[in-house]
Design a protein around this ligand. Structure first.
Ligand SMILES: [Zn+2]
Length: 405
């Protein structure tokens, strides 16, 4: 009998230990079905019409068709990976002409309104936003842009192209800093790497931890830029940043949806699902991998998540927050938003809601009783201002966390 009880105790201990290594499942009041849906893959090919070529054979491209309309006019069709889907028609393609020429190019999204003002590049790396005088709205779903083409490739993209290769390059670059460790923590549905940066100095045990997520939604590049500036500030050599890295740990998952990004998706992963509705049952490998990685790592280090920031883009800059207060860091977000506002001398929008849906900010609250914030940057927010905001929000967060006691 004694022997039996002993075995039972061991069993319970093993179960508790295993359970604390995986994220818990939640029944949110407003659940979302995140079982995989089929997606339509775009035909990857070189299109040719008259003396003009268009090409989508690169990671991050989105171009579903290209054809000539009349002597002066050509058209590209841009379609989503599946429906229903948010109206965020991402496009990215290369275009050139055998002979120097001007042309009008219609961007057609069928039934979805135009959203992104085009960016142009000669090398796929350095971008400038297209002059708005060269853009004409034909209807809500069709826009005509005026292009000057030559034999050299012109890149046309909804935002600057930041595909998985570019993110990896950035990760390698920041991981030259002594406080940064770069790891691959798992694979996406199509087998692409899911990256993690760990930032911290000294011992790894029992450190309050901040989680950073980015690119759950592929086109949301401006949120990614703010995240980069945020991390850059944490890695600077100054008294605040240096003290912060000693006392706190930061886990960064800079590319949550590598398949969606490289397939040029409007919003979903390769399972056809909005990953930021999957933080309850983790049915998609990307959310499951990252949620379990966070829980497992924190358990191993006996650390605690105190804050989760998930970087996104929308029509304008805004922070989405949770109404319920957490046990630790009470009032943090109010102080933080106030000090950011004072520092950058600009208004800061915030909208607080109850954690009712399986989005990451609800998950940070439910799983860790941590502050969860969706950090949104506008699609068209000026790039220098994004940098300033990313740096300022990081600096004010570090100051508050260092001097809160
Ligand atoms: Zn988003």
């Amino acid at each position: 009998m004694k022997y039996y009880k002993y075995l039972l105790l061991i069993g319970v201990l093993v179960l508790v230990r295993c359970r604390s290594n995986v994220a818990s499942v939640y029944d949110f009041p407003k659940p979302v079905d995140t079982h995989s849906q089929s997606i339509v893959m775009q035909d990857k090919r070189l299109y040719k019409a008259d003396d003009v070529s268009a090409d989508n054979r690169f990671d991050g491209a989105r171009l579903n068709n290209f054809f000539q309309v009349d002597d002066q006019t050509f058209q590209v069709d841009i379609f989503p990976e599946n429906t229903p889907i948010n109206p965020s028609p991402w496009y990215s393609f290369k275009i050139w002409s055998d002979n120097p020429r001007q042309l009008d190019l219609i961007l057609n999204y069928d039934s979805v309104p135009h959203r992104y003002q085009p960016w142009l590049s000669n090398n796929g790396i350095d971008w400038s936003m297209m002059d708005s005088t060269k853009i004409e709205m034909l209807s809500e779903n069709k826009v005509k842009i005026h292009l000057q083409l030559a034999r050299d490739t012109l890149w046309v993209s909804a935002q600057e192209l930041v595909n998985s290769e570019r993110v990896r390059t950035w990760c390698l670059d920041v991981s030259r800093h002594a406080a940064v460790h770069f790891d691959v923590v798992g694979k996406s549905l199509l087998g692409k790497d899911i990256y993690r940066l760990r930032i911290g100095e000294g011992i790894e045990q029992k450190k309050p931890t901040i989680i950073i997520l980015s690119r759950q939604h592929p086109p949301e590049v401006t949120g990614y830029f703010a995240m980069q500036a945020f991390i850059d500030e944490i890695l600077k050599d100054n008294p605040v940043s240096n003290a912060f890295r000693e006392k706190y740990e930061v886990l960064v998952y800079p590319l949550m949806n590598p398949d969606g990004v490289d397939l040029g998706h409007w919003r979903h992963n390769a399972g056809g699902i909005d990953l930021n509705r999957d933080w309850a049952y983790y049915r998609q490998p990307e959310t499951r991998t990252v949620a379990n990685d966070i829980v497992k790592k924190l358990h191993k280090e006996r650390s605690k998540v105190i804050l989760g920031l998930d970087f996104h883009s929308t029509w304008y800059d805004i922070f989405y927050t949770n109404i319920p207060q957490t046990k630790s860091l009470t009032d943090f977000k109010d102080f933080w938003i106030y000090s950011v506002k004072e520092s950058i001398q600009d208004s800061i929008l915030e909208r607080a809601s109850e954690p009712l849906t399986p989005v990451s900010k609800s998950w940070f609250y439910e799983q860790f009783n941590a502050v969860g914030i969706t950090y949104e940057i506008g699609d068209g927010t000026s790039r220098p201002y994004i940098k300033e905001k990313g740096e300022t929000t990081a600096r004010e967060m570090m100051k508050l966390l260092l001097y809160k006691d």
